[in-house]
Design a protein around this ligand. Structure first.
Ligand SMILES: [Cu+2]
Length: 450
């Protein structure tokens, strides 16, 4: 890194802290005051989770749940966090701006008509090994080949040989289950219920209602994933199981998922698959099954008015891509699978998944601060805002200069709490160094062109 090598003349930087979402304004100047002085904060953590108690309070018998309405209602009841559980997923006193990327950042906050709400939390507070690098052996078949070869495990996977062996055994068990259900009719015959929604790069979830709430077993995933066999992404409901047989367009198996209510597995990140790669997630403020057959993130009243099923908090969930015909280069536990329609290059999915708020000016560039990295392209034009979203579980800063040569007078976000944004605009071309004052191995260089 050559921080000063290409700088032209003296700095001329306009630093702008942004905080334009009224309900979620995180800081007027220099970051989140409460992050440095949490005792001063009285803001409750953000959640709209209802006060439910535990799975047994459900009013729906899973053995009788045969329609998607029944299954959705049961899943929502069974998986809704109680207030304490929901709060545990967010740092105290959190105020946030829209931002994040599902599948790539710990937090995702979205803007709807009620303001900015949390919609996704992924992975443990301590960070996760996402293994979404095509150059690493992150897919099911690659992990299996690695285990069988006995070759050294790349350090980035942070796994011992024993963990890898155990994980591959679990995935083999799961893959055998998937193989036995390649025909969608076999899933229908065994009582799986289609949610009738096909999510791009993911597929449609078919739930086994009788297995909801019985704990983790790689031989019994609660969810099978199918997608249209013709490769189309349907715009609307896809069909359903009727009397144990599929009625709809031909479907192909694409993967498996798990959903385990916190009442069964606890509010903390589940310890289930061996090793650190399993990145479980929780949905918040999710509206499923509306008349358009799409997931949306509208408030409960709007969701129910549109005929959808609203979940205040829905988790824990994880995908496991164990179908060899859809081996996932983004990783066996990734949110997305680029081999499922619309088929794309694995590395382009992130760009389509980034969440931006109304406070993002047209043409603004976004960098997600995730897993202790400044991610994304840090290339902007003169005058083009560069937004930093902190979607990690801990505060960071965006500070000009380097740890050895800080230039706080040029720009400094101050403490940037999880969910907060910071924007900077550069007035002159050149390369500009920045770093995190809290984690001095976090450094990056912004390239500014005319
Ligand atoms: Cu940091």
């Amino acid at each position: 890194m050559t921080p000063a090598g290409h700088q032209r003349g003296r700095f001329a930087i306009a630093a702008v802290t942004t905080c334009l979402v009224v309900a979620a304004c995180s800081s007027g100047n220099g970051g989140l005051e409460s992050a440095g002085n949490t005792t001063g904060s009285t803001t409750p953590p953000p959640t709209t989770a209802p006060a439910t108690t535990a799975v047994p309070t459900t009013t729906i018998d899973p053995t009788e749940a045969r329609t998607i309405e029944q299954v959705n209602a049961y899943v929502a009841e069974a998986a809704a966090f109680d207030q304490v559980g929901a709060d545990a997923q967010f740092p105290a006193g959190l105020k946030f701006s829209a931002g994040g990327a599902p599948g790539y950042s710990r937090y995702v906050f979205r803007e709807n008509s009620s303001g900015v709400v949390p919609t996704l939390v992924e992975g443990p507070l301590t960070g996760t090994v996402r293994c979404q690098d095509e150059a690493l052996p992150c897919s099911y078949l690659e992990l299996k080949a690695l285990a069988e070869s006995g070759a050294p495990i790349p350090a980035a996977l942070e796994m011992t040989p024993d963990e890898l062996t155990e994980l591959v055994g679990q995935l083999d068990t799961l893959s055998a289950f998937a193989e036995a259900h390649r025909d969608v009719n076999s899933a229908c015959a065994e009582g799986f219920v289609s949610d009738q929604i096909q999510t791009p790069n993911m597929g449609s979830h078919f739930y086994q209602p009788q297995w909801l709430g019985d704990g983790f077993d790689p031989a019994r995933p609660e969810i099978l994933l199918y997608a249209r066999a013709d490769g189309q992404v349907p715009d609307g409901p896809i069909g359903q199981c009727v009397d144990g047989a599929w009625q709809g367009e031909p479907m192909q198996l694409v993967g498996t998922s798990f959903i385990i209510p916190p009442a069964v597995i606890g509010n903390q990140h589940p310890e289930t698959f061996a090793g650190p790669l399993d990145n479980w997630h929780i949905h918040y403020n999710l509206c499923r099954g509306n008349s358009q057959g799409r997931d949306t993130f509208v408030p409960r009243s709007e969701c129910e008015a549109a005929g959808g099923n609203f979940s205040a908090a829905l988790g824990w969930m994880i995908h496991a891509w164990v179908d060899p015909q859809h081996d996932n280069q983004l990783g066996v536990f990734s949110m997305w699978n680029s081999t499922i329609a619309p088929v794309s290059d694995a590395n382009t999915i992130l760009e389509t998944r980034e969440v931006r708020g109304s406070d993002f000016p047209a043409g603004a560039q976004q960098s997600l601060i995730s897993d202790f990295l400044y991610n994304g392209k840090l290339d902007v034009a003169v005058g083009q805002p560069l937004f930093f979203n902190n979607v990690d579980a801990v505060p960071h800063t965006v500070t000009a200069g380097t740890p050895r040569d800080p230039k706080l007078g040029d720009f400094d976000s101050g403490l940037l709490a999880p969910g907060s944004n910071f924007a900077v605009t550069f007035d002159e071309p050149g390369t500009y160094s920045l770093f995190c004052a809290l984690h001095t191995d976090m450094v990056a260089t912004v390239t500014v062109t005319e």
